[in-house]
Design a protein around this ligand. Structure first.
Ligand SMILES: [Zn+2]
Length: 132
């Protein structure tokens, strides 16, 4: 995620003038300008891995959307939160924590989160054709 490598093959992710390519679970009905401002823990993808990722990734089976983002700053972490107890530290659940939040002191980070902005939804079918 930090180096923007493909989540499938670890080669550099696809980049055009419209930005870096992400394959996400299609949630276009969640809000009008989805996925603008959304935090993602999934790294981007390269063009040649789009068909296999869309076909075989369990998270994408109910529908995938291809997104290009021009702005994608690392904004926080997905982490296990701990609470101090009589037996020591106890895990209480996973949470997305933005940088600067005091909860980071009691967390063990698992994934970086990038916040997607300047997003364009692109045709998954066209990407699959280009990848051949
Ligand atoms: Zn790849």
């Amino acid at each position: 995620m930090r180096r923007l490598l493909c989540q499938v093959c670890a080669e550099p992710a696809d980049v055009t003038e419209d930005g870096v390519l992400w394959l996400l679970k299609d949630q276009r009905t969640d809000w009008p300008d989805w996925p603008k401002g959304m935090g993602v823990t999934e790294p981007p993808v390269c063009l040649s891995c789009v068909p296999v990722a869309a076909r075989q990734c369990p998270a994408l089976r109910k529908g995938a959307a291809a997104i290009r983002a021009r702005s994608f700053p690392v904004s926080g972490v997905r982490a296990m939160i701990y609470r101090s107890g009589p037996d020591g530290l106890n895990p209480i659940g996973e949470k997305n924590i933005p940088y600067g939040n005091s909860a980071l002191r009691w967390a063990r980070a698992m994934n970086l989160i990038r916040k997607l902005n300047e997003c364009t939804v692109v045709s998954l079918e066209e990407l699959c054709q280009k990848s051949k």
